[in-house]
Design a protein around this ligand. Structure first.
Ligand SMILES: [Zn+2]
Ligand SMILES: [Zn+2]
Length: 357
């Protein structure tokens, strides 16, 4: 019985290429009590490996959070298998707007303490006392209401390339920071304003809405299925799309275009651009926005320093990296002093709050 991925990303990419079959990019989550996450994890891995499903999945005592790439021809079988699991029967599947056969190249099902790193102590509040779920049509009406405060529950590098018109987009690196910042900013309006929130697929709002209700907010709403589901709904029902720019996603695609507006700028030259890239220097790996011209000029690097490093022989690069730890811990996403055009979103946040409230 094979319980772990045994192909490299490169081997997998070759296989997908050769098969030439369409794959769907799907995400779903469910909060549910899972007694033994390890056994559940193994069960899911075996079933999905059989169906050639790839992706990144987190399983915990509190539920499951899955981002997947499923061969289109196996979609029915995949869905049928989910329906055999009581708490996943008819679970809402968020199907991506733009597909990419190479969105995921491995099947990784990991047991974690939580399915979202939310930094919350769930014992201190009732996580099941959630906000009111609204669909795209209700959401569109709600955000036109002058008593509504619309909050983006995602991080700065996500909202920078796309968000709903008039949303507050906190300049934060983590979900936890966001919760505190918003509470502080809106504390005088816990009863008179409608707090409407959204995120990528809805999962972050599940906790955030319960947390804010616990903190005394009286009118809390959340966008059902997040931006992904919203986009599908406005297309299907011919509603006005109030989202501008791109939806940041956590797979190889990095984003999917929702509207043609380019609302961000290249962090190196300031020109309109909204394509994220990771610095080619593996020791840096900084996530930042780079336009095509800078990409060429800088050879996919965030700085001339990194550009020099990638020209060194690989062994030398490795020696330099020694003892530096994980680059993701060292560098914050999209924040580095040498990037002149990284927007200071904190100021925007303050201005928005002043105008809205
Ligand atoms: Zn540029
Ligand atoms: Zn770099």
């Amino acid at each position: 019985m094979q319980l772990y991925n045994n192909l490299s990303a490169k081997e997998r990419a070759e296989l997908i290429e050769k098969a030439g079959k369409e794959r769907l990019t799907i995400s779903f989550y469910k909060y549910a009590k899972i007694g033994n996450p390890q056994i559940f994890r193994n069960h899911m891995f075996l079933a999905w490996d059989e169906l050639d499903v790839l992706g990144r999945i987190y399983v915990a005592h509190e539920g499951i959070n899955a981002q997947l790439s499923v061969p289109a021809e196996n979609f029915e079988a995949f869905k049928n298998h989910l329906d055999t699991i009581t708490f996943l029967e008819n679970v809402r599947l968020n199907i991506a707007i733009e597909h990419d056969n190479f969105a995921f190249l491995k099947l990784k099902v990991k047991v974690r303490h939580k399915i979202v790193a939310d930094g919350l102590n769930d014992d201190t509040f009732d996580v099941t006392n959630k906000g009111i779920h609204v669909d795209a049509q209700q959401f569109n009406a709600l955000i036109e209401d002058p008593d509504t405060v619309l909050v983006d529950m995602r991080n700065h590098y996500e909202s920078e390339i796309g968000h709903f018109k008039n949303a507050i987009t906190p300049d934060v690196d983590t979900f936890r920071e966001s919760l505190d910042l918003i509470e502080e900013d809106l504390k005088a309006h816990k009863e008179d304003k409608k707090l409407v929130m959204y995120c990528t697929g809805g999962i972050r709002c599940e906790k955030a809405s319960a947390y804010y209700k616990h903190k005394g907010f009286k009118n809390v709403f959340q966008l059902e299925g997040g931006i992904i589901n919203y986009t599908r709904q406005v297309e299907a029902e011919g509603l006005e799309n109030k989202f501008i720019g791109k939806n940041f996603v956590f797979d190889q695609r990095r984003s999917e275009r929702i509207s043609n507006d380019v609302i961000a700028n290249c962090h190196q030259c300031g020109k309109p651009a909204d394509t994220h890239t990771n610095c080619a220097n593996e020791a840096c790996h900084l996530l930042f926005i780079q336009c095509d011209e800078c990409k060429e000029k800088m050879e996919n690097c965030c700085s001339s320093h990194c550009q020099e490093i990638i020209k060194l022989p690989y062994e030398e690069q490795k020696a330099l990296r020694k003892g530096q730890g994980n680059s993701n811990d060292i560098f914050k996403k999209g924040r580095a002093d040498h990037l002149p055009y990284k927007k200071d979103l904190r100021n925007i946040f303050e201005n928005q709050s002043n105008t809205i409230l």
